[in-house]
Design a protein around this ligand. Structure first.
Ligand code: GAP
Length: 513
C-alpha cells in the first residue's frame, strides 16, 4: 500500500478545500464527507464528462433524475429487502465489527502476496534467464500459495451465493484469522446485515410507511422505463442515464471516500432485445474502459470478472483502478437480464413490455447496466494526479513543487490571472479587465498576493492548467505570458487570444472525440 501517498492525498483534499470530513465540529460522522469549493467543481466536471459521454454523444441515450424516495415495494421487487446483505461478524474481545468476506479476502491477498514475494526473490536469483510464468506454474511453494488462494476464493464465492453463513465462519476459523488490532480469534457467528437505511413516512404508520433511502439509482430508471420510452419514442436498443445519491449502511466505511454511507452513482441502463445482452455487455465493457483510459494511464486499470454474481445478474465485470491501497472496484458492468422489469411487472401488476416493430412482438427487454461511483472516480483522478516533483534549475523553496496533474478538462479552475506586481494600478486594472472577460467562459481565479513563483505553486497545487501573467509589456503591446502547469513552459500571446487558447486546451470535447 502506498500509505504515504494516501495520507498526503487526504491531507491535500482538506488543506485545499476538495473534501472535508462531515460534521467535523462534532468529531465527524463515519463514512460521510463534504465536498469543498474545489471539490464540488471537480466532481461536477467528472459528472459532466460522464453525462456528455453517455447522453450527449449517444442519440439513443436519454437522461433522468428520479426521486430518492420511492414506493417501498420497489425494494421488495428488486430483491434488496431480502438479499442486499453483507456478512457481518463481531470480535467478542475488541467489540469491533467486520465484514466477514473482507476479512477472508484480506487473507487471500496475503497468500497471493507471499507467492509474489517468492517470485521476486527467484527473479533476483536467476537474473535475465528467469521465466516468471514457468516458475509460477512449477515452483511447489508458489503454486501451493496460489492454489490455496484460489480454493478459498471459490469457497467464499459459493458460500456468499448460497447464503451459507456457517461456512463463512468455518473459513475464518480454518484460516485462523485474527482481529487486526488485537490478534483475538474470538469471533461471533457470521450473520447477514441488510445495507439499506430506512425512515418513516409521516402519514402511514407501521411497516407500510417504512421508506428506504435508495441503495442504487438504477431502480428509478427501471420503474420509469415505459414513461421514458413512450415520451421519447426511443426504439430498442436504447439507454437511460442518471446521476444521483445512493445510501448504504456499510458495516465498515473506511478508506476515505472509497467506501461511504452516502455517495453518488452515475448509472446507465441499456435496454436490449433478449438474447443480444452478451453482445451489448461486451460492447459496454470496452466502451467504458475507453472512457476511463482517456483520463487514466492504462496500467492503472484492469477488468475483474465477478466470482459472486449479484441476485439480478447473469454476467458481471468490474473495472478496477489501482488506488493507493491496491486494485479495487471503480465501476461495475452488469448484464441484469429481465430480472428487474419482470419483478416490478409481477409485483405491481402493470405490464412492462415493449412492442418491437421489427419483430412484431411484445417482450420484456433485457438490461445491460454500467454503474460508476462518482466519489471513487474523484479519488482515482486525485490519486493519479497528486505529484511531488523536483523543478529543474530551481533552488531553495522553489526546488520542489506539489502539482495536481488533472486532465485540463476536469480541472476545477481553468485559468489564473496574475498581475506581476500588485502596487501598480495600471497592471492591476488590466489584469482585472482580463479576468472579468475570462470569467464569463470558465472558472478563473484572480490572485495578486505574494511573489509570482508562490502564486504559480498555489495554482499547481489545485491543478490549474493555465496561468496568465500581466506585466509591463502587457501595457505596451497588449500581450501576456501564459504558463502551462505540467511543462511550466511559458509563451507570449496576444490578450485577444487568451479565451480561444484556454478554451481549446481545456475543452471537454477533447476527451469525447
Ligand atoms: N446498480 C448497480 C450497483 O449499484 P454496485 O457495484 O453495488 O452496483 C456500483 O455499485 C458502483 O457504485 C461501484 O462500482 C462503486 O464505484 C460505487 N459504490 C458502491 N458502493 C459504494 C460506497 N459505499 N461508497 C462509494 N462508492 C460506492
Amino acid at each position: 500500500m502506498q500509505e504515504d501517498l494516501f495520507k498526503r492525498l487526504v491531507a491535500h483534499c482538506k488543506e485545499y478545500g476538495f473534501v472535508y470530513p462531515s460534521s467535523e465540529v462534532y468529531d465527524g460522522l463515519g463514512g460521510v464527507y463534504d465536498y469543498g469549493p474545489l471539490g464540488v467543481e471537480l466532481k461536477n466536471n467528472i459528472k459532466s464528462y460522464w453525462w456528455n459521454a453517455m447522453v450527449k454523444v449517444h442519440e439513443n441515450i436519454v437522461g433522468l433524475d428520479s426521486a430518492i424516495f420511492m414506493h417501498p415495494l420497489i425494494w421488495k421487487a428488486s430483491g434488496h429487502v431480502d438479499a442486499f446483505n453483507d456478512p457481518l461478524v463481531d470480535n467478542k474481545d475488541s467489540k469491533k465489527r467486520f465484514r466477514a468476506d473482507v476479512l477472508i479476502e484480506t487473507e487471500i491477498d496475503k497468500l497471493r502476496a507471499k507467492a509474489d514475494k517468492e517470485v521476486e526473490k527467484a527473479a533476483k536469483r536467476f537474473g535475465e534467464s528467469f521465466d516468471e510464468k514457468l516458475y509460477r506454474e512449477t515452483n511447489p511453494r508458489v503454486s501451493d500459495y496460489l492454489q490455496r488462494a484460489e480454493a478459498v476464493e471459490k469457497r467464499l464465492a459459493a458460500s456468499l451465493q448460497s447464503g451459507d453463513m456457517a461456512d463463512i465462519k468455518a473459513i475464518i476459523e480454518e484460516l485462523e484469522i485474527t482481529e487486526p488490532d488485537t490478534g483475538s480469534k474470538n469471533w461471533t457467528d457470521v450473520r447477514q446485515f441488510n445495507l439499506m437505511f430506512s425512515t418513516q413516512m409521516s402519514n402511514i404508520a407501521g411497516e407500510e410507511g417504512k421508506l428506504y433511502l435508495r441503495p442504487e439509482t438504477a431502480q428509478g430508471i427501471f420503474v420509469n422505463f415505459l414513461n421514458v420510452q413512450k415520451t421519447t419514442r426511443q426504439k430498442i436498443p436504447f439507454g437511460i442515464a442518471q446521476v444521483g445519491k445512493a445510501f448504504r449502511n456499510e458495516i465498515v466505511a473506511r478508506q476515505f471516500i472509497f467506501r461511504m454511507r452516502e455517495f453518488e452513482q452515475m448509472e446507465m441502463q441499456y435496454f436490449v432485445r433478449p438474447g443480444t445482452e452478451m453482445e451489448w455487455f461486451q460492447y459496454w465493457k470496452e466502451k467504458r474502459m475507453a472512457w476511463h483510459k482517456a483520463i487514466t494511464p492504462a496500467e492503472k486499470l484492469k477488468f475483474k470478472d465477478h466470482d459472486n454474481l449479484a441476485h439480478y445478474a447473469n454476467a458481471a465485470v468490474d473495472i478496477q483502478f489501482e488506488f493507493p491501497f491496491g486494485f479495487k472496484e471503480l465501476e461495475g458492468i452488469h448484464s441484469r437480464t429481465d430480472f428487474d422489469l419482470k419483478s416490478h411487472s409481477d409485483l405491481s401488476g402493470k405490464k412492462m413490455t415493449y412492442y418491437d416493430p421489427e419483430l412484431e412482438e411484445h417482450y420484456i427487454p433485457y438490461v445491460v447496466e454500467t454503474s460508476v461511483g462518482c466519489d471513487r472516480m474523484f479519488l482515482s483522478v486525485l490519486s493519479n494526479a497528486l505529484i511531488e516533483e523536483t523543478v529543474p534549475d530551481a533552488q531553495g523553496e522553489d526546488a520542489k513543487r506539489t502539482v495536481l496533474k488533472i486532465h485540463p478538462a476536469l480541472s476545477p479552475v481553468k485559468c489564473a490571472v496574475l498581475p506581476i506586481v500588485r502596487n501598480k494600478e495600471e497592471l492591476v486594472g488590466k489584469a482585472r479587465e482580463i479576468y472579468d472577460r475570462l470569467k464569463l467562459h470558465f472558472l478563473c481565479q484572480y490572485d495578486e498576493k505574494d511573489a509570482i513563483g508562490r502564486r504559480y505553486r498555489r495554482q499547481d497545487a489545485i491543478g490549474t492548467p493555465y496561468c496568465v501573467t500581466i506585466d509591463f509589456d502587457t501595457i505596451e503591446d497588449d500581450t501576456v505570458t501564459i504558463r502551462e502547469r505540467d511543462s511550466m513552459r511559458q509563451e507570449r500571446i496576444p490578450v485577444s487570444e487568451v479565451v480561444r487558447i484556454v478554451r481549446e486546451r481545456t475543452d471537454m470535447a477533447n476527451l469525447l472525440g
